[in-house]
Design a protein around this ligand. Structure first.
Ligand SMILES: *[C@@H]1O[C@H](CO)[C@@H](O)[C@H](O)[C@H]1NC(C)=O
Ligand SMILES: *[C@@H]1O[C@H](CO)[C@@H](O)[C@H](O)[C@H]1NC(C)=O
Ligand SMILES: *[C@@H]1O[C@H](CO)[C@@H](O)[C@H](O)[C@H]1NC(C)=O
Ligand SMILES: *[C@@H]1O[C@H](CO)[C@@H](O)[C@H](O)[C@H]1NC(C)=O
Ligand SMILES: *[C@@H]1O[C@H](CO)[C@@H](O)[C@H](O)[C@H]1NC(C)=O
Ligand SMILES: *[C@@H]1O[C@H](CO)[C@@H](O)[C@H](O)[C@H]1NC(C)=O
Ligand SMILES: *[C@@H]1O[C@H](CO)[C@@H](O)[C@H](O)[C@H]1NC(C)=O
Ligand SMILES: *[C@@H]1O[C@H](CO)[C@@H](O)[C@H](O)[C@H]1NC(C)=O
Ligand SMILES: *[C@@H]1O[C@H](CO)[C@@H](O)[C@H](O)[C@H]1NC(C)=O
Length: 363
């Protein structure tokens, strides 16, 4: 899904890069150079949105085509185009970096401190508006307090250096630690961070060997309820839904369209790729699962002749999930991720991409 954006280096950056000077015996790093044509665009975003509309990005080349007028935060990856920050700030949109530390770092105090310092410097130096913690590693319940303390350390460091910044935390679709072995203390983390992003996808039973939806509505809904029950208030929850699906090669397709597959043969696919397969290759057309409240279809691979089943989400299924988030009065919604859509100018792609953004932005 990722595509690499070439770095844009503004000539003046080269001139002043790396300068520092000593005054009163203290070593000051000179203010980092602002890469924007208008230096005011390096100022942080200071407003607090009533509702968070948060977009994950993998720094795709088409970032200029995101619906910048309607969103509040874009979470980018290391190596993002500095002009994206300038553009976001011109639209009042926060730029945060999503990333993480390793388990090894978590359990090593000096490595932890070094990571926090390095990460903060990076974000100050790149004029971002905060950090999105995407740890995603299994932990025992007895180890949870170490993660909670690290989240607090990051939060404290960021709020001190960048008072308007947001520090947020990505979680699996439910806090139940049986699913991914992530036995975190979500109640405490929820008190520390600005909000928890529930990654309401990858909810499928991938060893059940029966193709199914990426994000069944009943499981997504149960996951949200689980967080509230675990003591995270709805006002601290943002629901992230998928703009990608799962492609299963079927070893057997039953009469009622159940696709059996072999372990580890599935793959994830962008909405844009899925829409091409639906238009050109589908043997069934779009079907709807009442059970999962998600669409799916079958196609035959033209090279191998094998039947595949694709489960995905589209404006209709996503609207049900965004509506549920609204009904439960969550703080906001999110998508993973903006670069899964086709931003080319052919009318079919334009229609499909606009429909996905419209469903996300709602109302
Ligand atoms: C802890 O991290 C530091 C680097 O910050 C490293 O030098 C040291 O070897 C690490 N200790 C262990 C036990 O891994
Ligand atoms: C800003 O981000 C770039 C990568 O995009 C990185 O190489 C650079 O070190 C960062 N700046 C600072 C001050 O860390
Ligand atoms: C969701 O629905 C499926 C299919 O009906 C069922 O097997 C599963 O137990 C349900 N899960 C939850 C959390 O309600
Ligand atoms: C999480 O665990 C609770 C309590 O066992 C259960 O009721 C709930 O259905 C589980 N959540 C999911 C998404 O399966
Ligand atoms: C479809 O058929 C399979 C195998 O014959 C069965 O296990 C499954 O429960 C059926 N599914 C539905 C939705 O009827
Ligand atoms: C269908 O396949 C043809 C040949 O590969 C391609 O040129 C065309 O763009 C495809 N159409 C869609 C809607 O993906
Ligand atoms: C889909 O259909 C197009 C055009 O008919 C063909 O070129 C392409 O190979 C097919 N893709 C797959 C994965 O079978
Ligand atoms: C795109 O949407 C417009 C307006 O809804 C419609 O008239 C047109 O047929 C659509 N074009 C394609 C290629 O889907
Ligand atoms: C996005 O914002 C623009 C400018 O405020 C507005 O005209 C448009 O209707 C909004 N689009 C959606 C889908 O909310």
């Amino acid at each position: 899904m990722a595509s690499v954006v070439p770095h844009v280096f503004v000539p003046c950056m080269v001139l002043i890069l790396g300068l520092s000077w000593v005054a009163n015996g203290v070593d000051f790093q000179r203010d980092p150079p602002c890469p924007c044509s208008d230096p005011a665009l390096c100022d942080p975003i200071r407003t607090d949105p009533k509702k968070e509309i948060h977009v994950f990005s993998t720094n795709g080349a088409n970032w200029r085509d995101y619906f910048w007028d309607n969103i509040t935060t874009v979470a980018v990856q290391d190596g993002f185009d500095p002009q994206m920050m300038c553009h976001a700030h011109s639209k009042g949109v926060r730029i945060v970096v999503w990333g993480s530390f390793s388990v090894q770092t978590l359990f090593n105090e000096s490595a932890r401190n070094a990571w926090v310092e390095r990460t903060l410097n990076y974000n100050v130096g790149n004029f971002t508006d905060g950090y999105n913690i995407d740890f995603e590693m299994p932990l025992l319940k007895s180890q949870a307090h170490v993660l909670t303390a690290m989240v607090k350390q990051i939060r404290d460091a960021f709020k001190k250096a960048l008072p308007y910044s947001k520090v947020t935390f990505d979680s699996a679709y439910s806090p139940n630690c049986t699913f991914f072995g992530r036995c975190y203390d979500y109640r405490s983390i929820g008190e520390i961070v600005d909000y928890i992003l529930i990654m309401a996808y990858d909810e499928l039973d991938l060893v059940g060997l029966k193709a199914m939806a990426n994000a069944p509505l009943n499981i997504t809904t149960q996951g949200v309820d689980d967080f509230i029950k675990a003591g995270v208030p709805p006002a601290k929850l943002v629901l992230a839904n998928p703009w990608y699906g799962y492609n299963f090669p079927c070893t057997l397709l039953t009469k009622n369209d159940t696709c059996n597959y072999k372990l580890l043969t599935w793959g994830q696919q962008d909405y844009s790729t899925i829409m091409k397969l639906l238009a050109n290759n589908s043997t069934t057309g779009r079907k709807w699962s009442e059970e999962y409240q998600s669409p799916y279809f079958d196609y035959k691979d033209s090279e191998t002749g094998q039947t595949h089943q694709i489960w995905y989400d589209d404006p209709i299924s996503l609207t049900l999930r965004f509506q549920m988030a609204k009904n439960k009065q969550l703080y906001g919604v999110s998508v993973y991720q903006a670069d899964c859509l086709d931003y080319s100018t052919n009318q079919k792609a334009v229609n499909e991409t606009n429909a996905m953004w419209d469903a996300f932005l709602g109302e």
